[in-house]
Ligand binder design. Structure first.
Ligand code: ADP
Length: 460
């Protein structure tokens, strides 16, 4: 079932239950209150009847105004009350049944029928009540009033209840329609961004990483979802372009030395060129370049694969640095570089071989990209959580716009200068992979023409 349908149905169901419950409860309350009200009304009505009958007695003349009693009785009859008035001697003064038998029967039938069809459960029937007629403490007769008990509803009362029920029904239906509409609207608002996210995820699965969700939702969770999907698309797109770039770079890196060695060798085989030591050395150089590139790639693959298999031991970083610096002794001397090493740090848990490799790559770059007679400063320091190692040089520097990419595989800032230095652009990628495998961090600062500074942080 679709999310939209599910949400709308749930919403409608909740409202339906609420409306039904409210209607049933209000109906029960209204009915019981109405019954109480009607019973009280009837009590009042009979009292009023008795009082108005008493008022028709003239004490001085000891006589009754029967005409008025007739009017009162007939009026009461139409309201459902059958009145009989007796005087002090128990003689009938006025009797509704005798006066107008047909109307009496009709009224009684009407009331009984109405009540039996609408309220069959109250088991009502016509009952008579006797009231003593007393004026100035003298009993002047009695009134017998019959009506449908325990209570009865007039036509108007029924009409009022009917209208009330109809109003309740209309309110219920309107609430239901409104809730379905609101439910549909709400569920559309919730499901739309999810559907869009699904669409974008599908397009990504099909290889289209340009897809993005453009609309921004104001519901936090939905906004987070769309942001995450957009971020995922962005990162996949970047990975895709890096992968493509990587293949192109490897092909390019290999093609140049291979073509050069191939043409030289072909010329020598065809007898066009004398196979002199110099030419053979040139071919050897090209092959060495291919070899070192393949070695770099192997190294990188190894670091990638060995991420989980680090041989971590407490490592004295200053001894590592001394070892690496001395291994570059010759290059340092050849370029007449001044290399200093200062500072100290506590032993960090690390894989010695890997850290040596990372430091060697940083130092080799510093030497490579620092002109004759330059300065290289290596420092060790630490914070509470990290050991910090910096390799700083006053060499050629890196253009600011290239700085964010130098740790990527095969990325070489200013391609032309690197062809001369022979770098393949993998060194820093290896550094990054090693440091990150140690859950550390590496960053670079540089200014073109002024020098560069690489900082490695290793957790203690
Ligand atoms: P490469 O083998 O080309 O040196 P790296 O991955 O080691 O590859 O370095 C990537 C790029 O970063 C280099 O091509 C170079 O342009 C730049 N770079 C690295 N270290 C330095 C440095 N110390 N000074 C100037 N540029 C540097």
């Amino acid at each position: 079932m679709r999310l939209k349908t599910k949400l709308s149905l749930t919403f409608a169901l909740v409202v339906l239950l609420t409306v039904a419950l409210t209607s049933i409860l209000s109906n029960l309350v209204i009915n019981s209150e109405f019954k109480k009200y009607i019973t009280k009304q009837q009590e009042q009505k009979t009292q009023e009847l008795v009082s108005s009958i008493i008022a028709q007695y003239n004490g001085a003349a000891i006589s009754w105004d029967v005409n008025f009693i007739h009017a009162i009785g007939m009026n009461a009859l139409y309201d459902g009350y059958i009145v009989r008035v007796l005087d002090a001697q128990n003689q009938v003064l006025w009797d509704a049944e005798k006066c107008d038998m047909t109307t009496c029967m009709q009224v009684m039938n009407d009331v009984a029928e109405r009540m039996k069809t609408k309220y069959p459960r109250i088991g009502g029937e016509f009952t008579s009540r006797e009231f003593l007629l007393v004026q100035d403490s003298v009993t002047i007769g009695k009134a017998i009033i019959s009506y449908y008990g325990p209570y009865f509803l007039s036509e108007n009362d029924f009409h009022f209840l009917d209208t009330l029920n109809k109003v309740l029904f209309v309110i219920g239906i309107s609430a239901l329609i409104l809730s379905v509409a609101v439910g549909l609207f709400m569920s559309k608002r919730i499901s739309d961004p999810i559907c869009k996210a699904v669409g974008v995820a599908r397009r990504m699965a099909g290889g289209d990483y340009t897809a993005r969700i453009s609309s921004q939702d104001d519901t936090k969770e939905l906004a987070d979802l769309t942001d995450s999907v957009n971020l995922l698309a962005q990162s996949l797109r970047r990975q895709e372009s890096l992968r493509k770039q990587l293949t192109a770079d490897v092909a390019h890196e290999l093609r140049t030395p291979i073509t050069s060695a191939q043409t030289h060798l072909e010329a020598m085989i065809d007898g066009l060129w004398e196979p002199s030591t110099e030419r053979l050395e040139s071919c050897h150089e090209e092959l060495t370049r291919i070899g070192s590139l393949v070695k770099d790639l192997e190294n990188l693959a190894k670091v990638d694969n060995d991420k989980l298999a680090l041989d971590k031991k407490p490592l004295d970083l200053s001894s590592v640095l001394h070892k690496v610096i001395s291994s570059f002794e010759m290059d340092i001397q050849n370029k007449a570089l001044a290399v200093t090493f200062t500072g100290a740090a506590p032993a960090a848990p690390a894989d010695e071989g890997r850290i040596c490799q990372a430091v060697a790559n940083l130092l080799s770059n510093a030497i490579k990209y620092t002109p004759q007679g330059g300065q290289i400063n290596i420092t060790l320091s630490h914070t509470e959580k990290y050991a910090m190692l910096t390799v700083e040089d006053d060499g050629i520097g890196i253009p600011e716009h290239e700085l964010p990419f130098i740790f990527e595989r095969f990325y070489r800032a200013d391609k032309s200068r690197n062809r001369k230095t022979g770098g393949s652009g993998v060194g820093l990628a290896i550094v990054k992979a090693i440091v990150e495998a140690h859950e550390g961090n590496v960053e670079a600062e540089s200014k073109l023409g002024c020098g560069s500074c690489f900082r490695v942080m290793l957790p203690l």
